[in-house]
Design a protein around this ligand. Structure first.
Ligand code: 2YC
Length: 269
């Protein structure tokens, strides 16, 4: 899993409104609506939950330690969506105890292996990878005005790609998968998923792409269908700078926003 840097998060809080407008221009949906589509709940249910939940974000020092601005960025996204959110003063166990003492019903925290939202009332634990996958598929589904019967290429069958495939199946898409790792590929043989062997040969044929790979800048302008819509949860972005400049109005890509929003909606559904 790619570890975010302080630079990835700079300005995120200040640009949330502008980001949300950009998302609506691309998908027709707000960040909140995409989160609700990812969780399969109505927006009024989400807003009702906002009035009856308190969220804490707890910084965690494990592994490579605290990412400057990470907990604050997560908290700002949660607040932007209408839920009261606090970042605990304490870290790790102290921070968790502070959250519980502070009346938290939902706690967000991340080490280098997992980023979770835990609903203390229901015992439900949501993983960022699954939430990110569902959020990005919901965004692509909105961009395509419904993906039923549409050909969609998933690049990468890791934790995000695997959940993206499952959700795309639910939406009735015709799924093709490109995955470099033969062991990861093995599980998808004989499942009705079309396995692509030569990525750059077939990429130009796909109008809908989910780039769930951590590979940087491998998708060039020449590789893209002129009408391509790309949902890119993978960090860093797989498009080259040139491809991004031309396609940016049809590219969904952010370091945290959709994943955190979907974690929240899935934690309260
Ligand atoms: O500041 C802190 O509490 C750190 N322990 C947070 C570490 C997060 C590591 N994970 C990531 O950077 C990526 C994100 C894209 C979301 C999921 N993993």
């Amino acid at each position: 899993m790619t570890r975010l840097t302080k630079n990835d998060l700079s300005g995120l809080e200040q640009m949330l409104k502008r980001y949300d407008i950009g998302l609506a221009n691309r998908t027709g949906l707000s960040l909140r609506a995409i989160a609700c589509a990812a969780a399969g709940i109505q927006e009024d249910r989400f807003l009702q939950a906002a009035g009856s939940n308190s969220v804490y974000v707890v910084p965690v020092t494990a592994g490579e330690g605290i990412i400057s601005g990470f907990a604050q960025s997560v908290g700002s996204i949660i607040e932007y969506l209408g839920f009261p959110a606090n970042v605990s003063c304490g870290q790790d166990v102290s921070g968790f105890a502070e959250a519980v003492d502070g009346g938290a019903s939902i706690v967000f925290m991340a080490d280098d292996q997992k980023f979770i939202a835990a609903n203390l009332a229901t015992g439900c634990v949501i993983d960022n990878a699954a939430a990110t996958a569902r959020g990005y598929v919901a965004a692509l589904n909105a961009m395509g005005k419904g993906l039923k019967g549409c050909d969609v290429l998933v690049i990468g069958a890791g934790r995000v790609g695997t959940v993206a495939i499952a959700f795309l199946k639910q939406l009735g898409a015709n799924i093709s998968l490109f995955e470099l790792n033969p062991k990861r590929l093995q599980r998808w043989k004989h499942t009705g998923i079309n396995i692509e062997k030569n990525l750059f040969k077939v990429l130009p044929q796909f109008k809908y792409i989910i780039d769930a790979s951590p590979e940087p800048e491998f998708i060039d302008l020449a590789h893209l269908h002129p009408d391509a819509a790309i949902a890119a949860p993978g960090i860093p972005l797989g498009l080259t700078g040139e491809a991004y400049r031309v396609f940016k109005e049809r590219v969904i890509h952010d370091p945290l926003q959709i994943g955190v929003a979907a974690m929240l909606s899935m934690a309260v559904r």
